[in-house]
Design a protein around this ligand. Structure first.
Ligand code: ARG
Length: 457
């Protein structure tokens, strides 16, 4: 493509280090689409004749047909998807193919193709997250009254409802949706027509190409346009944050599925067995979600480091933008789907959860709160009295409400029979009806709001 300036061809190592076709062939549909938008604009502006524009557009359709049928050929001499397509176009339609690259450079071409690809990846993430939110809100709605221990430091803290716990992940998913939507809106501008770096002397219409590629507008600065990979970083930041949430959810399922917890029975379809231990059912999908989150975060780090020291405008380092994004997108799609399936079809063992809440002194705070309310004891003192009651119950191996009134009154005489109802896990969760609290009344409202927001009602 640039033989005119060179006396010798590239060395074998140059060809190999330079070739991006092994991975950027994934952009072929975007490349054809952007080229068709470009050539239609060249024709409309009279920069190429209407006849040549039509010939080139037909030729591009033929190339696309070949790619769809046979895949994209990988010839390192042609470097990347852009040159591979242009070269095949020339084979098919002859020298008129050479007019396609008028008023264009691979720099704005790759920036456009990649933006289109990333925009699709954002849409895919949004669709996946929607399914995850539906799954979460559906299961949460089933378990508004199911009581489990809530943890801090992974130590039993206070009883919560399973619905409340699942809705916590709904909130995280909702923020992820807003991050992807925000990133998409910012990415949705067209760099096409920025040419190599400075714009072009040809009378192009960048608004027309932007519109035909469904971008909201053309970008405003040609130097920035060919150098900007913020859109990819925005995507990766949203993906990394989302993966981090999924990883935390995966971790909960892994812990809950362990025998000492026994809070869930994971779906067979998302578990594996052991080649040696016949009893095993391993939470491999959840573990891989946890593992993949590390790789997605690594992709973000990788591209940030690629970009951080680059002067304007294009440098070849930027060719390394695609592998991390492609990898992250593939992994994220899998992770969202795996966690959606897990939420949809896990069996929650609500009996085990409830038992764990009862045996873990989860209502100790309720005893302290009762002493504050009913006996007007300062909270710090009530905390101390309750601590003594827990110590006694623990030494006897019983729940708080299994201590006799005599035993409780020996710790503090102000405790009366009326304390017992306050010590049940039901009373505990029902009492936490502050806005956003775990009380079934609150969770029911949040579930209803979420269902409405998802258009389920
Ligand atoms: N394959 C290149 C990339 O992915 C295309 C842009 C090449 N531009 C250039 N000036 N060499 O970044």
């Amino acid at each position: 493509m640039w033989g005119g300036r060179f006396a010798e061809g590239p060395s074998a190592i140059m060809r190999e280090i330079n070739a991006s076709i092994p991975f950027d062939k994934a952009l072929w549909q975007q490349d054809i689409r952007a080229s068709k938008a470009h050539v239609a604009m060249l024709g409309a502006q009279g920069i190429v004749s209407a006849q040549d524009a039509a010939t080139i557009a037909n030729g591009l359709d033929m190339v696309a047909g070949e790619y769809a049928a046979n895949g994209v050929p990988e010839n390192w001499d042609l470097e990347d998807i852009h040159m591979t397509t242009e070269s095949r176009l020339a084979e098919l339609i002859g020298p008129v193919a050479g007019r396609l690259h008028t008023a264009r450079s691979r720099n704005d071409q790759v920036a456009t193709d990649f933006r289109l690809w990333v925009r699709d990846a954002m849409d895919q993430a949004l669709a996946g997250l929607n399914a995850l939110q539906v799954a979460l809100v559906t299961r949460a709605g089933e378990h508004v009254h199911s009581i489990m221990p809530g943890f801090t430091h992974l130590q039993t803290a206070q009883p919560v409802t399973l619905g409340h716990h699942l809705m916590a992940y709904y909130e995280m998913a909702a923020r992820d949706v807003s991050r992807f939507a925000d990133a998409r809106a910012r990415a949705n501008v067209s760099p096409l027509g920025s040419a190599a770096l400075a714009g072009t002397g040809f009378p192009i219409d960048r608004f027309a190409t932007a519109a035909s590629l469904d971008f909201a507008a053309p970008t405003r600065n040609s130097l920035d346009s060919v150098s900007d990979r913020d859109f990819a970083l925005d995507y990766l930041m949203a993906a990394a944050q989302c993966a981090l949430h999924l990883s935390r959810l995966a971790e909960e399922f892994i812990i809950w599925a362990s025998q000492p917890f026994g809070f869930v029975r994971l779906p067979d379809a998302l578990s594996t067995g052991s080649s040696i231990m016949p009893q095993k059912k391993n939470p491999d999908a959840a573990e891989l979600v946890r593992g993949h989150a590390g790789r997605i975060i690594g992709s973000l780090t990788s591209l940030m480091i690629t970009m951080k020291g680059l002067p304007l405008a294009y440098s070849k380092d930027m060719q390394d933008d695609k592998p991390p994004v492609f990898e992250a997108a593939g992994l994220l799609t899998l992770c969202i789907a795996a966690m959606t399936g897990m939420v949809e079809s896990t069996t929650f063992r609500t009996d085990r959860m409830r038992q764990a809440a009862e045996l873990g002194y989860a209502t100790a705070t309720d005893l302290a709160d009762w002493l504050v309310r009913q006996a007007n004891i300062p909270f710090r003192e009530a905390h101390h009295i309750t601590g003594a009651a827990v110590k006694l119950a623990e030494s006897k191996g019983v729940a708080l409400d299994q201590l006799s009134l005599d035993e409780l009154q020996a710790i503090d005489a102000r405790i009366t029979e009326a304390v017992y109802p306050a010590l049940s896990v039901e009373a505990s969760v029902a009492s936490r009806a502050s806005y956003g609290g775990t009380a079934p009344s609150q969770v029911e409202q949040r579930v209803a709001e979420a269902r409405a927001a998802l258009g389920l009602e």
